[in-house]
Design a protein around this ligand. Structure first.
Ligand SMILES: CC(C)(COP(=O)(O)OP(=O)(O)OC[C@H]1O[C@@H](n2cnc3c(N)ncnc32)[C@H](O)[C@@H]1OP(=O)(O)O)[C@@H](O)C(=O)NCCC(=O)NCCS
Length: 229
């Protein structure tokens, strides 16, 4: 009985020690969650209950082994993490500082993805490939980018710094810095703080079919209005 209690006490001390080490080593990542999620109430809550943070910590460990070519161990950690957190990050993905996945469930990050600093992803985001080609086949995300819930960013494309990808957008072409992209396929609606009129702008369009549809819509609206008056 006493031995059992001793073992339990030992395990408890070990768990506390582990938490303290995680809190120290990943202090910056924990602070990022506190800064970026208004719902986060305390350091302890973030440390113990935020799946996005747990997935990131597991990813940093898996990536450490991946870089040392211990691929099986790296993948094992990442798959275990996927089952616990619902977030699948391939251990090969390179993730910058102060990264935060809010809510997290259903996020998938591919092997050759590169993510800059201060990036925020919401649930259901896919940073994926478009085919079976080997080599770089996943996106490169710049610094200070926000990717909305359910958005898919596909292929070896670049999303420029300070850009917003709207919820449920599907982005398959490069996005210039300081842009807001929405829709399927993604189109730029704002750049450098200015609204882009997609029907007139020929530079920022990343989907010519959508441009044609919007031009037709405007012409129909004009015809209807002139018919009424
Ligand atoms: C795109 C986004 C960043 C808004 O950017 P914004 O610069 O404030 O844009 P606005 O709200 O002024 O909208 C600009 C245009 O895009 C449209 N739009 C905005 N978000 C959109 C989206 N996700 N999909 C399609 N169209 C969208 C607006 O209706 C508006 O259209 P209009 O010009 O024809 O009126 C934001 O809407 C978004 O999707 N954020 C992600 C948030 C998220 O995923 N939260 C999850 C929390 S759990």
């Amino acid at each position: 009985m006493i031995l059992c209690l001793k073992i339990l006490f030992f395990l408890f001390v070990l768990a506390i020690l582990k938490l303290v080490i995680i809190a120290i080593v990943f202090a910056e990542d924990i602070k990022t969650v506190q800064d970026r999620d208004p719902a986060a109430k305390s350091f302890l809550e973030v440390l113990l209950l935020y799946q996005g943070l747990h997935a990131l910590i597991n990813h940093r460990i898996a990536h450490f082994f991946y870089k040392r070519r211990l691929f099986f161990l790296a993948r094992f950690i990442s798959q275990l993490s996927r089952h616990i957190t619902g977030i699948e990050t391939h251990p090969g993905a390179r993730i910058g500082k102060r990264f935060f996945i809010d809510h997290g469930m259903g996020v998938v990050i591919g092997e050759t993805t590169i993510i800059g600093d201060d990036v925020l992803l919401y649930q259901g985001v896919t940073l994926g490939g478009t085919g079976l080609v080997k080599g770089k086949r996943h996106p490169t995300i710049g610094n200070n980018v926000v990717i909305g819930g359910g958005a898919k960013v596909l292929g070896d494309i670049v999303v420029g710094d300070n850009s917003y990808i709207g919820a449920n957008a599907v982005v398959i072409k490069d996005v210039p810095p300081n842009s807001t992209v929405v829709g399927v396929p993604g189109r730029i609606t704002k750049q450098d703080g200015k609204k882009i009129d997609v029907s007139l702008d020929h530079v920022h369009i990343i989907d010519p079919i959508m441009q044609n549809i919007e031009e037709l819509e405007k012409r129909i609206e004009k015809l209807e209005n002139s018919g009424q008056s």
